[in-house]
Design a protein around this ligand. Structure first.
Ligand code: DGL
Length: 264
């Protein structure tokens, strides 16, 4: 049975995988987390591309039906290059998230929190404005968050303090819609809501991303008709550590986890 590949710099893409498990329970995935090189978001675009192409080379040994780039940073920098490189449909997370945000705002002020490289690409701004005119987009890089969230020993206070720093400028702009423009950030959704308060539409691009994947597979007749086989989780980092995260952060109780050799 062909699998859907989901890739991320680390564990953030599990937030997308969770939506897929819920919405498309018959599909089987191969997840690759490049934990050995995480975080991507502060690295140079050239380095990020090199790392992601390493992940793509690793995936060549598997039979795939689709690639979901569950990493905003890679989606922002190289989605077209990935589409040209692989011969299955490629879905990124930015376009679906941008579309959701454009239609959610009432006061036309949208905030985007993301990695440094995603913010510098201005891809969210561009695609949100293509979806709807007359919106103001306020982008905020949150360079500390990914490492904080990957490391389960990070004290709660450090995350709250970082969020207060990053969200303050967006609160000043009175945004009514906030895009979690990094797949790691939904892991901190409760803290984000606590720091911001209740008066914001919090956009997690995962739901729309999986809806788009479903639509593409339905049109091509490639939706799984019945479940068969296991999900496979691969990491370039520490296998037991990732296994623990998959158990804690997804609904998969006995995940198959392997080491991924990406050649980087
Ligand atoms: N989770 C990824 C993203 O959505 C990458 C974060 C990182 O490694 O900095 O951007």
């Amino acid at each position: 049975m062909k699998k859907i590949a989901i890739i991320d710099s680390g564990s953030g893409g599990l937030t997308v995988a969770n939506v897929l498990f819920d919405r498309l329970p018959d599909e089987r995935i191969i997840y690759v987390g490049d934990h050995g090189n995480c975080p991507y978001g502060n690295k140079s675009p050239e380095k990020i591309k090199e790392l992601v192409f390493g992940v793509i080379r690793f995936l060549e040994q598997f039979e795939l039906k689709m690639l979901i780039v569950a990493c905003n940073t890679a989606s922002a920098l190289m989605l077209d290059e990935l589409k040209a490189r692989v011969d299955v449909p490629v879905i990124g997370v930015i376009e679906p998230g941008a579309r959701m945000a454009a239609h959610a705002t009432m006061n036309r002020q949208i905030g985007v929190i993301a990695t440094q490289r995603t913010v510098e690409s201005h891809m969210y701004r561009k695609i949100i404005q293509e979806n709807r005119e007359g919106l103001d987009i306020h982008e905020q890089a949150c360079p500390k968050l990914v490492s904080y969230l990957e490391n389960e020993d990070t004290p709660e206070d450090a995350i709250t303090e970082a969020l207060e720093e990053y969200l303050a400028p967006l609160r000043k702009e009175q945004v009514d819609t906030l895009v979690m423009g990094c797949t790691h950030y939904p892991l901190a959704e409760q803290q984000i809501r606590r720091v911001w308060g209740s008066d914001v539409n919090l956009v997690d691009p995962a739901r729309e991303t999986v809806a788009q994947a479903e639509e593409v597979l339905r049109k091509s007749g490639d939706l799984a008709a019945a479940s068969q086989g296991e999900h496979l989780f691969c990491t370039t980092g520490d296998v037991p550590d990732f296994e623990e995260k998959v158990r804690k952060w997804t609904t998969i109780s006995r995940p198959v986890v392997r080491l991924a050799k990406t050649g980087t």
